[in-house]
Design a protein around this ligand. Structure first.
Ligand code: G3H
Ligand code: 13P
Ligand code: ZN
Length: 309
């Protein structure tokens, strides 16, 4: 199957009341674990690459690995730039074969966000590439930039129609209380479903994106801590809330931290149980298998996109 843009995938997700998983990729084992998991569940799939991932692994390496995934699976796969920081990065990804990009102007004043997003949309649409924009700002860590709780802000529903109309974006990421990383809530988890509902009302049949949507599965945090790690106060978005969002206007749910936790927990466990091992194939086999299990779990129990690929 060829790489596809997100248009048809989101249309089906919106109509079907489910969401597509957008999983962050950084190396071969992560790509393989995700693609094998999605293949077994016959799920539509978005592989997303951050600017940090491109810096770490190199654009061409990641692209070739994703092409191998496309060639060896029957899946419709979108390759998407996560949190594109500027026009040049988006252009470089579009020219380099990505089928979807995010331009993240969420830190900019409204008019500047519109101007930047519009510029990316014009370039992308000309080449059949879809674009995600963002309004509102999530807290947490992405690409070494830490957004504090004070600097984060919920999406204002009264801005979304104008933003979508003037930019021409294909999907919109909104901030309703999720955040990036493994430390999302101090007390009881709360999401502003009223904002999501109002955005959905104002933008009928329009795909909404939820970032910062890992659930921080306690099993893996406990495993990391049991085998020599130290992660305190980690908390994610309850799966029931994500299921609810997926049944509303949310068509794309971003997951990175849960993959990182599963991958790392298994490597720690492997070394604790086999202190004599030093062949990366041994410990990465366990890590890749755990990551695949996590992806299958998300597809079936959170996103509801199994069988929709
Ligand atoms: O939103 C951020 C993603 O988790 C990607 O993280 O920028 O460290 O690759 P990264
Ligand atoms: P998590 O840190 O919750 O996995 O969010 C990832 C994300 O939003 C990537 O854009
Ligand atoms: Zn994000």
């Amino acid at each position: 199957m060829p790489l596809v843009n997100s248009r048809e995938m989101f249309k089906k997700a919106y109509e079907g009341g489910y969401a597509v998983g957008a999983f962050n990729v950084n190396n071969m084992e992560i790509i393989q674990g995700i693609v094998e998991g999605a293949s077994e569940e016959k799920a539509p799939l978005i592989l997303q690459v951050s600017a940090g991932a491109r810096k770490y692994a190199n654009h061409t390496y990641l692209m070739k690995l994703i092409e191998a995934a496309v060639e060896t699976s029957d899946l419709n796969i979108v390759v998407h730039l996560d949190h594109g920081p500027d026009f040049e990065t988006c252009k470089s990804c579009i020219d380099g074969g990505f089928t979807s990009v995010m331009i993240d102007g969420s830190h900019l004043p409204f008019e500047e966000n519109i101007a930047l997003t519009r510029r990316v949309v014009e370039y992308a649409h000309d080449k059949g590439v879809t674009v995600e924009g963002e309004l509102g700002r999530l807290a947490g860590v992405e690409d070494d930039i830490k957004v504090s709780e004070e600097d984060s802000s919920y999406t204002r529903p009264d801005e979304v129609e104008e933003f979508v109309k003037r930019t021409g974006v294909d999907s919109l990421a909104i901030a309703i209380g999720t955040s990036h990383g493994a430390f999302k809530f101090k007390g009881e988890p709360k999401l502003r479903f009223d904002i999501l509902e109002e955005v959905g009302r104002r933008l009928p049949n329009f795909p909404i994106v939820l970032h910062g949507a890992s659930s921080v599965i306690p099993e893996y945090v406990e495993m990391i801590n049991k085998y020599g790690g130290k992660i305190e106060g980690a908390q994610g978005v309850p799966e029931s809330m994500l299921r609810k969002a997926a049944s509303m206007a949310v068509c794309k749910i971003n997951i990175d931290s849960d993959l990182r936790l599963a991958f790392t927990a298994m490597i720690r466990k492997h070394f604790a149980e086999h202190p004599d091992h030093f062949d990366p194939r041994q410990y990465l086999t366990d890590a890749r298998a755990a990551l695949k299990g996590m992806v299958r779990h998300k597809i079936v129990n959170v996103l509801g996109c199994n069988g929709k690929g």
